[in-house]
Design a protein around this ligand. Sequence first.
Ligand SMILES: CCCCC/C=C/C(=O)SCCNC(=O)CCNC(=O)[C@H](O)C(C)(C)COP(=O)(O)OP(=O)(O)OC[C@H]1O[C@@H](n2cnc3c(N)ncnc32)[C@H](O)[C@@H]1OP(=O)(O)O
Length: 302
Amino acid sequence: MALTAVVRIPTRALLRPWARLRDSALGWMEPVGGVEVSTQRFGSQRVLVEPASAAGVAVMTFKNPPVNSLSLELLTELVINLEKLENDKTFRGVVLTSDCPGIFSAGLDLTEICGRNPAHYAEYWKAVQEMWLRLYLSNLMLVAAINGACPAGGCLMSLTCDYRVMADNPKYAIGLNETLLGIVAPFWFKDTLVNTIGHRASERALQLGLLFPPTEALQVGMVDRLVPEDQVQSTALSVLAQWMAIPDHARQLTKNMMRKPTADGLLKKRDEDIQNFVSFISRDSIQKSLQMYLAKLRQKKG
Ligand SMILES: CCCCC/C=C/C(=O)SCCNC(=O)CCNC(=O)[C@H](O)C(C)(C)COP(=O)(O)OP(=O)(O)OC[C@H]1O[C@@H](n2cnc3c(N)ncnc32)[C@H](O)[C@@H]1OP(=O)(O)O
């Protein structure tokens, strides 16, 4: 297959991202009248996917400037590209990283959960759930190359990976800081953290909305390795090379055994979780908190 191919995504699907996801699952593509979104194999506008030099490995790079916030579009493209990698049996491992200097991901896009209507909140939350479920239960080996700040939803995304390599730069921090915004991390964010760093450390981190600098993140077990900034991706690739030595079927069944009970917690009540999110996020007091937080972020520059 050519390394550079233009992928055409139908215009109607760009307007309705979930239609696009479904179409992608069916392998459907519109030959004319679409929008050119990519020049990379499997890639799309906000998610670049390139085969690494090692066989069976791809690098997935998020490119949603300025801060890689998890917009509906980015979430949709992420899921589509992950699905394509999973369907292409030549790939066994993926490095997830960022194209935004100094930022892995700023987490959920606050403009998606602030000042919109309930139907939009529901659609957006479904996309967040889908991202988590697909990554958390992926049969692929996933390694996060965390080359910058990694708060909230960005941290969640990295926690779905099998291994985390972080840049050893004290300017960067990682954690679930939801309480600092006046919001509450849902139970499946909490479960993902507990599965990574344990109950007591999670209880403290979640209540205080702690953002850990790299050294502390390593100590608490939120990341697995710190390396100089320019070695984050190469280290992630060498970690993957070690994991590739394990037979896939045994590793995949083991991963599933470890993670399925947690994922089932959400799968069993996805709709209820969406309803809870919509009613929580629609509250006036929560919208006010989010608006104040966004205003503070915007004022920082002024
Ligand atoms: C039941 C409810 C559960 C919901 C669970 C929620 C999970 C979440 O993920 S909520 C999002 C939490 N995210 C954060 O708290 C991070 C906020 N951002 C930052 O701390 C910083 O932006 C940074 C450290 C990621 C980067 O800092 P810096 O390089 O200094 O960039 P700026 O702060 O100047 O930001 C540039 C630009 O981007 C806008 N922005 C930042 N984060 C977000 C975001 N998460 N969503 C949307 N927009 C974001 C920021 O407002 C600036 O915009 P402009 O001023 O218009 O340029």
